[in-house]
Ligand binder design. Structure first.
Ligand code: UDP
Ligand code: MG
Length: 315
């Protein structure tokens, strides 16, 4: 390469006080050993501990550390969205701030990028230190989502990835209130490939993704990339109707107590089907409602370390 390339690393952080110092040290070591130029963009997603103070301390030592600070917790996906807007690299890498995505994988991503791929995503071969429940539910979810959508969203793949400038420029134009970033990156297209890696245990602290946030992310993935659940509601109501008619017929023909049980059971079935359908429609409607309010996606309280604070307005 004739010209030194700039790689932006975007790291969303939320209450990562316990491990942030180590993360920065490991990344600085990595950067030191590489030929490319780097900027490390931390997006503080409204931490209530001293994460920001620790990032500030690192900024006094390292010229390549930058900070975007949200006014409150807006969520991991919006922190990524903000980070890539502030990035000025030829390529942008998104990774967790807890070293679960090891920097040692980045050179393999860069190699594929230089070979002509616009997106190089990290595909998890192993997930260390995660619960049995998380591993099984994540594996099932990725496959379910894939079966439900025509977008080519790779399985076992989180947000750890490298994206070329042209992909980032497209993503910056999206203003979805509840973005499912990894899906949007797949949706953009261009040449995409994966590199296999072993996901590490957290360097410190606990996951900031409790079950509630995980379910929210999963539901967003489905409602933003598939309308099949809406069609499922239609099939379900047909099935419920069929069973009801059948049980009434059985009751008519046999006149037995068993038939009464059948009728009651089918009413329950029908009732639950109706609620399910309402719930599904409600989830999509909620998404439309959230988007229609046209509120800012997130509020940036302040930025530090950027040459000019070029995006310092509300986004
Ligand atoms: N994170 C965030 N906002 C949140 C939750 C998490 O910015 O509301 C950050 C977190 O600090 C971490 C990354 O997003 O750098 C992924 O979160 P976490 O490691 O807790 O998720 P897990 O790896 O357990 O799925
Ligand atoms: Mg993590």
């Amino acid at each position: 390469m004739s010209q030194t390339q700039l790689i932006s690393i975007v790291l969303p952080v939320y209450n990562e006080s316990a491990g942030i110092k180590k993360t920065i040290a490991v990344l600085e070591n990595y950067v030191e050993a590489r030929d490319e130029q780097y900027e490390l963009i931390f997006v503080d997603d409204g931490s209530s501990d001293d994460t920001v103070a620790k990032i500030n301390a690192a900024m006094a030592q390292c010229r390549n550390v930058r900070l975007v600070q949200f006014s409150r917790n807006f969520g991991h996906q919006l922190a990524i969205s903000a980070g890539i807007r502030y990035a000025s690299g030829d390529a942008v890498v998104v990774m967790d701030a807890d070293l679960q995505d090891p920097p040692s994988v980045i050179p393999a991503m860069i190699a594929q990028w230089q070979a002509g791929y616009a997106v190089v995503y990290g595909k998890r071969r192993h997930r260390d230190g995660e619960t049995w429940f998380k591993k099984v539910s994540a594996a099932a979810f990725y496959r379910l989502l894939r079966a439900m959508t025509s977008t080519d969203i790779p399985v076992d793949t989180g947000d750890f990835r490298l994206m070329d400038r042209k992909v980032v420029d497209v993503l910056k134009q999206f203003d979805e209130t509840d973005p499912y970033v990894r899906g949007l990156v797949s949706w953009v297209g261009f040449k995409q490939t994966g590199v296999l890696y072993d996901r590490q245990d957290r360097n410190a602290g606990k996951s900031k993704y409790p079950l509630k946030k995980m379910l929210h992310l999963a539901l967003n993935g489905i409602t933003s990339f598939s309308t099949i659940p809406l069609t499922l509601a239609l099939w379900f109501s047909g099935l419920a109707l069929g069973i009801s008619v059948l049980s009434v017929l059985i009751a008519e023909l046999t006149g037995t107590l068993g038939a009464t049980v059948w009728i009651v059971a089918s009413l329950f079935f029908l009732g639950s089907g109706l609620f399910l359908s309402l719930g599904i429609i409600g989830s999509y409607l909620g998404r439309v409602f959230n988007q229609s309010r046209e509120r800012p996606l997130y509020i940036v309280a302040q930025t530090q370390g950027f040459a000019q604070n070029k995006f310092q307005q509300y986004q």
